[in-house]
Every structure is written in C-alpha cells, then in structure tokens.
Design a protein around this ligand. Structure first.
Ligand code: ADP
Ligand code: MG
Length: 341
C-alpha cells in the first residue's frame, strides 16, 4: 500500500513527449518521470517505465526495446502509450473511487483523432470523466497568468517533440503555432554535427547531456568545453574529444532559427490590440527547452519583445492542469471542446 492509497484521486496529467507529470487533487505533483517505456519485443509486455526505462535507453539487448511513445507530440504508439499511462497511474498507487476524474493536457496542434486516442487511453486507464486542455493554456494558468481577462498573453512552450506558441485571451487561444521542432531536434542536430565534423557517433542521451551542459542560443560570457565520449566512425573504436560551446551553438543554430521564425510568424498573425498587450507584458517562455542558455535573449533580440523564462519551466503545465482540476467549474471555458470532450 502506497502513501496515496487512501485517497480518491482525481488526477491532472501532463503527458509530455519527454516527461510525464501527475498531480493529485489536493496533494500536488506526485510523479515526474521521462515518458519512456521498455518492453519485450516479442510479447510487447512492458518491462519498465519512466526513470527505470531511461536507464536502459541505448543499452538494451535483442529482447528489450525502449521507446518514447509520444515522441512527436502525438501518440505514436497507441498501445504502448496507454500501457505507460496505466503503469504510471498504478505507480502512484492511487485508489480510484467512482467519479474519478482526469484532466489531461495535449499539444494544441493535435487532431480530433489524436484527441480521441488520448481520451481513450485515459478511459482505459480507469478514468470515468476525462477533460482535455491545450498545453499552452495549461502552461499559462500554471505560471499564474490571468487567462480569463480580455488581455493578450503570449506563451512559448519548448518541449521535447513540439514547440507550441500561443496567444491567449478571454479563456481561449486567439492564435497559435505548433511545430514539431523542439528539444529532440536539438539533440539530433548535435548528433549530426558530431558525425559530420568529428567523425564521431554519440547516442541520444549523450547529445542531450551536451545540450543541457554547454548548449546555447547566444554567445556565452565564458565559452565552455566538454569532454565527450563516442565511437570513431572511421576505425570504430571508442574515443574522447573536447568539444566547445561555440561548436554546439553552431550545431543548434538551425533548430533555434526555426523556433524563432515560428515565434515571428505567430506575432505577425496576432491582432494589433493583442500585440500591444504582448509588447507591454512580454512573452512567457516555458517547457524544458526554455532552459537552453540564451534562448530567451535570442527571442528578445529577434522580436524586440521582452521574454521571461517562467519560474519552473518543467512543471508549469502540470501545475496549470492541476489548478483547472481543483476548480473545474471556474475553468470550464478553458477546456477543449469537441464531440465528446
Ligand atoms: P515535454 O513537455 O515535451 O515532455 P519538457 O517540457 O518536459 O517536454 O522538456 C523536455 C525537453 O527539455 C527535452 O528535450 C530536454 O532535453 C530539454 N531540456 C531540459 N533541460 C534543459 C536544459 N538545461 N537546456 C536545454 N534543454 C533542456
Ligand atoms: Mg510539455
């Protein structure tokens, strides 16, 4: 019996492409783990999820495979995604009583079919009542913006699989852009760069590590170097090289330009009254990608609008989803509507 076993747990879930976070009504965040599943290739049985599965990435043998079922911001592998959600819920040991609810956030660019898939997963995992909320809306509520007022707020959420840019006013999204270009693409850019320029092959985890430690979107006050290990593409032997933050910035530059261009496009499509609010209030930058050094400064430079990195970019979405769960009647307007939602 776990700590939470005595509660009837209504849940708020941020089913992210990189990380899944679960908030229990009245309690707060109880789970924060990577959205990764390790499963048996033959039987498709789940071997482990979350942190435990992450340890296995790139280190499996023939029988076991690890995947990120939500990779590009959608449920890429329905069955496995559902199994993962179910396993996470089981892990927090929530004792679900009749009437249990889930508020779950989804990328704003998601299709009706994908919404249906998320909803079905939540239902199969045991929910009686499922509500969906768009990720940027949840993030805006999470960072304490007044989303109900007739005032424009721009929020940029740079996650693993998608970057979501949205202008929010009067409990709704006035305009938005969702691109499948975010943290994963940055990792991939680093892998390609090292291959091309150093004949070196590194795994995804190493690339992510490099990005978080010395990655940047603007020149650093003090440029850094990092020793990295990988495999030499020419002779196949493991090797270590020193790589500088200047090189990694070059590797990331295309990915960052894509994100910055999407921000500019969204601004161009924003109604002038809302634009002037955004100019006054600044842009809120959230999601794990907001932690990339200099990304805020870069967007500021190219949009001439102040940019604020939110206090905790990795939890804003789940906290916002949690606030909605705590007061569903107040926030009913922010929920996604559609057939059956
Ligand atoms: P999602 O909502 O898609 O699950 P998150 O908001 O949890 O995504 O962010 C995950 C992404 O943030 C990953 O691509 C991760 O590499 C990236 N990230 C986390 N910390 C940093 C950092 N310090 N610098 C750059 N990127 C980071
Ligand atoms: Mg997210």
């Amino acid at each position: 019996m776990g700590l939470l076993s005595m509660f009837s747990a209504d849940l708020a879930i941020d089913l992210g492409t990189a990380n899944t976070l679960i908030y229990v009504r009245g309690k707060g965040i109880v789970l924060n783990e990577p959205s990764i599943v390790a499963f048996n290739r033959d039987t498709k049985k789940i071997v482990s999820i979350g942190n435990e599965a992450r340890e296995m990435v790139g280190k499996t043998h023939n029988e076991i495979r690890t995947i990120r079922p939500l990779r590009d911001g959608v449920i890429a592998d329905f069955e496995i995604a559902e199994g993962m959600l179910r396993a996470f819920i089981k892990k927090i040991n929530a004792n679900w009583l009749p009437g249990r609810r889930i508020v779950i956030c989804v990328p704003s660019g998601i299709t009706e079919v994908e919404k249906r898939a998320v909803r079905d997963s939540a239902e199969h995992a045991g929910a009686r009542e499922v509500h969906l909320i768009a990720e940027p809306m949840a993030a805006a509520i999470g960072v304490g913006l007044d989303v109900e007022a007739p005032v424009g707020n721009m929020i940029i959420d740079v996650g693993g699989g998608t970057t979501e840019i949205a202008v929010i006013t009067l409990s709704g999204i006035a305009n938005e852009e969702s691109i499948r270009f975010a943290g994963d693409e940055m990792n991939n850019a680093i892998i390609q760069y090292l291959k091309r320029n150093h004949n070196m092959l590194v795994g995804e985890r190493t690339a992510e590590d490099i990005k978080c430690k010395i990655g940047s979107a603007m020149p650093l006050e003090e440029e850094q170097t990092m020793a990295i290990k990988g495999r030499d593409l020419v002779n196949g032997i493991p090797k270590t090289i020193d790589i500088s933050s200047v090189e990694i910035r070059e590797a990331l530059s295309e990915a960052i330009t894509t994100i910055v261009n999407a921000v500019r496009l969204t601004l161009e499509q924003t109604e002038p009254e809302l634009s002037s609010d955004i100019l006054d209030r600044g842009i809120m930058l959230t999601g794990g990608g907001a932690l990339l050094k200099g990304l805020d400064e870069r967007i500021r430079l190219e949009s001439s609008i102040p940019v604020h990195v939110v206090e905790d970019p990795l939890t804003a979405v789940v906290l916002g989803t949690g606030k909605v769960l705590e007061d569903l009647s107040r926030f009913s307007k922010v929920l996604l509507k559609g057939r059956n939602y």
